[in-house]
Design a protein around this ligand. Structure first.
Ligand code: DC
Length: 234
């Protein structure tokens, strides 16, 4: 007997540790991990570099027609890096200049249609863990396991601050807090697939959880789902 591969959809606010969990889970399960936020960040980087006026739909559509996004596995860091028109842009997409604009770009209907179509294709063979804001509601409404992550606001600020400080010691904690608050507000209040918990998603507040504790809990949920779908060996 072998277990069916499933789709795991992880959504939640910024800096809840979604990508940490998603990455570890995918490694344990031998699944692909896709960071959907990286796609919106790479699109934002392209818009900034090419001075695309976000408010002009024609400019947005023209720009999207020139964007090719792909993921390539990076052996050294054991993660999938996002490539924008064949350039590895992983080193740039988490800069504050991108973070400041990404929620605005991710709220544009044409941008979402472009990214969501690609994300749906990536899930065709299942065996995927994807994290983002609308994965359980819009991208994979039929995902076998949906998780909605949250953590106390100050816990999230400290997590993001530490992550950014490693790359830039001049970063200011108030700047990080303001950016998180603004992004959560825009992500939750936009018209196009706003961030919300899918009705059938499990709520996971990890403010007081260890990484291992959280991973063990989620693996238990995956096993419950896959055990209920055992099929004869192919
Ligand atoms: O996960 P992240 O912080 O890297 O995501 C960057 C931004 O992209 C976030 O502010 C909202 C947006 N996003 C989205 O709208 N939908 C997704 N599925 C993933 C991210």
């Amino acid at each position: 007997m072998s277990a069916h591969k499933i789709i795991v959809a992880i959504d939640g606010f910024s800096s809840c540790g979604k990508s940490t969990l998603a990455k570890e889970l995918a490694t344990k399960l031998g699944y692909n991990y896709i960071d959907s936020g990286a796609m919106y960040r790479a699109i934002t980087l392209y818009f900034l570099r090419n001075r695309v006026d976000f408010a002009d739909s024609m400019q947005v559509l023209d720009a999207i027609a020139n964007i090719h996004l792909s993921f390539a596995f990076n052996e050294r860091d054991q993660r999938s890096d996002i490539h924008l028109n064949d350039e590895d842009v992983e080193p740039y997409i988490r800069d504050m200049i991108v973070s400041e604009k990404v929620s605005e770009v991710a709220a544009i209907r044409e941008v979402r249609a472009f990214a969501v179509a690609q994300q749906k294709r990536m899930g065709r063979k299942k065996g995927i863990v994807m994290d983002g804001r609308d994965i359980g509601t819009t991208v994979f409404p039929d995902a076998e396991l949906k998780i909605f992550m949250t953590a106390e606001p100050e816990v999230r600020v400290m997590r993001r601050f530490k992550e950014m400080y490693a790359a830039n010691p001049h970063i200011n904690i108030d700047e990080v807090r303001d950016n998180l608050e603004l992004r959560d507000y825009i992500d939750s209040n936009r018209e196009e697939s706003p961030l919300r918990k899918a009705d059938d998603a499990i709520l996971l507040d990890n403010s007081n959880m260890t990484r291992d504790g959280q991973l063990g809990l989620v693996i238990g949920w995956v096993l419950e789902r896959t055990a209920s779908q055992l099929t004869p060996n192919a």
